[in-house]
Write a protein that binds this ligand. Structure first.
Ligand SMILES: Nc1ncnc2c1ncn2[C@@H]1O[C@H](COP(=O)(O)OS(=O)(=O)O)[C@@H](OP(=O)(O)O)[C@H]1O
Ligand SMILES: [Mg+2]
Ligand SMILES: [Mg+2]
Ligand SMILES: [Mg+2]
Length: 357
C-alpha cells in the first residue's frame, strides 16, 4: 500500500503543537511580570513563547534533522548575563513539556522523555533562525501567535507549517482558548486544526488530536449584506478603518469579529463565525507580514474550500524569505466572495486617492 503523503510530518507537527499548547496553558496561570519582556520592535515575548519554540524545535530536530526552521523567536537575549533568570525558567518549562506524559501517536518516538541542557534548548530555539527561501523543505513556527491575546487570556495560537518549494503542505494550529463547538461559545475550549494539501482540513480537540476530526468547510453562500469580517484586535496591526470602508462598499451591516492570532483563520474555516479575514497594512508602518503568521492558516482555508491572496488578488508567496515581502495585505474568504472583496478593496483605494476620506 502506498504511504500517505506527509503523514509522519503531520503527526510530528500535531505532537509538537499539543505539547507546546499544554505548556502555554500551564504557564498562563503562573506567569509573573518579570517573565514578559519587550522586544526591540516593542512587541511582548514571554517565557511561554521561548519555551514553546524550544519544545517544538527539539521535536522537529529529532524527527527531521535536516529540515531548517523559520521561527519567530531567537535566543540572543537569553544568552546575555541579564537573561539568566528567564533562561532558567525557560529550561525548566521546556523540560517539563518534553518529559511530561502527553498522548503521542502510538509507535512513534520523537526523542521525548529526556531532559535537555540549557545549551541544547537555546540552540533549539536558534534553529528557528533560517532565512527562508524558494527551494527545499522548511518549517514555519509561531510558538505563540497573538502574544497580547495570550496575556489577556483571550485568543492565541501555536502555529506550525511545513513548506516545500514555497508551497505549504502541512498546517497545524492549536488554539487553547477557542471553543470546540461553534454553537457553544462558553463551552469546552481547546481546539486543534489540521490541514494537509490535497487531504482536506479537520478540527479536532487538544485533548484528542489524532482521530479523524470534523471536516471543515468555509461558508460560501452569504449574501454580501450579511457577511462578517474577521480582523485583528490591535488597530496598529491591521487597518480597521479601511476594513470598515470595504464593509460599507459591500453594504454589510454586521460588526466585525475581532480576535488575536491565526485563530481568525480557524474560525473562518468553520464557516459560521465570520466570512472574510481582511488584513490591510497600516499606512506608514512599513511592516511586512511574517510567514509564520499566515502559512498554516492559509492552507487551512484552501483545504476548507476557500482562497487566500493578498489585497491585489495575488497568491501569498511563502518562498521569498521570512516575510511575505512580495505581497500587500491578506484576504481570506470563499471562492465566490473573493472577487467581490478584491473589487471593493480597489474601489476604496481609488476613493482614498481622490481624497474622498
Ligand atoms: N505592525 C504590525 N503590523 C501587522 N502585524 C504585526 C505588527 N506587529 C506585529 N505584528 C504581528 O501581528 C501578530 C498578531 O497578529 P494579530 O492579527 O493577532 O494581531 S492582534 O494581536 O490581534 O492585533 C503578531 O504575532 P505575535 O508576535 O506572534 O503575537 C505579530 O507577528
Ligand atoms: Mg511576537
Ligand atoms: Mg504571530
Ligand atoms: Mg508569536
Amino acid at each position: 500500500m502506498a504511504a500517505i503523503p506527509f503523514q509522519v510530518e503531520k503527526y510530528a507537527a500535531i505532537s509538537a503543537v499539543v505539547r507546546a499548547c499544554a505548556l502555554t496553558m500551564s504557564v498562563f496561570n503562573r506567569l509573573v511580570k518579570s517573565e514578559t519582556v519587550t522586544k526591540d520592535d516593542k512587541s511582548p515575548v514571554t517565557v511561554a513563547d521561548y519555551s514553546a519554540q524550544a519544545v517544538v524545535n527539539t521535536i522537529l530536530a529529532h524527527a527531521f534533522p535536516n529540515d531548517p526552521i523559520v521561527g519567530e523567536e531567537d535566543a540572543s537575549d537569553l544568552r546575555k548575563p541579564e537573561g539568566a533568570l528567564l533562561r532558567e525558567r525557560i529550561v525548566e518549562l521546556a523540560n517539563e513539556a518534553l518529559t511530561g506524559i502527553v498522548a503521542d501517536k502510538e509507535n512513534v518516538n520523537w526523542g521525548l522523555g529526556k531532559a535537555r541542557s540549557s545549551h541544547e534548548l537555546l540552540d533549539a530555539i536558534d534553529r528557528g533562525n533560517y532565512a527562508g527561501g524558494p527551494v527545499g523543505r522548511m518549517w514555519a513556527l509561531d510558538p505563540i501567535d497573538g502574544t497580547k491575546g495570550f496575556l489577556r487570556g483571550e485568543q492565541y495560537a501555536v502555529c506550525l507549517a511545513l513548506i516545500v518549494d514555497s508551497i505549504v503542505q502541512v498546517g497545524v494550529i492549536g488554539c487553547p482558548n477557542l471553543h470546540v463547538d461553534v454553537s457553544k461559545p462558553d463551552g469546552e475550549r481547546g481546539t486543534m486544526f489540521v490541514a494537509v494539501r490535497g487531504q482536506g482540513a479537520q478540527q479536532l480537540s487538544l485533548s484528542s488530536p489524532y482521530g479523524d476530526g470534523i471536516p471543515l468547510r468555509i461558508s460560501s453562500h452569504s449574501p454580501l449584506s450579511s457577511i462578517r469580517f474577521l480582523e485583528s484586535v490591535e488597530a496598529a496591526h491591521s487597518a480597521h478603518g479601511f476594513n470598515a470602508r470595504v464593509a460599507a462598499v459591500l453594504g454589510t451591516s454586521q460588526s466585525p469579529n475581532r480576535m488575536d492570532s491565526q485563530a481568525k483563520y480557524c474560525v473562518l474555516s468553520r464557516g459560521v463565525e465570520g466570512d472574510v479575514y481582511l488584513r490591510m497594512p497600516v499606512p506608514g508602518m512599513g511592516y511586512q507580514e511574517k510567514i509564520w503568521d499566515h502559512a498554516s492558516g492559509a492552507l487551512l482555508i484552501q483545504e476548507a474550500g476557500g482562497i487566500v491572496s493578498d489585497s491585489l488578488g495575488r497568491p501569498l508567496n511563502f518562498g521569498s524569505g521570512r516575510t511575505l515581502g512580495e505581497n500587500f495585505g491578506v484576504v481570506a474568504t470563499s471562492i465566490d466572495i473573493h472577487p467581490k472583496i478584491i473589487h471593493a478593496i480597489r474601489q476604496v483605494q481609488d476613493e482614498e486617492k481622490i481624497g474622498k476620506f
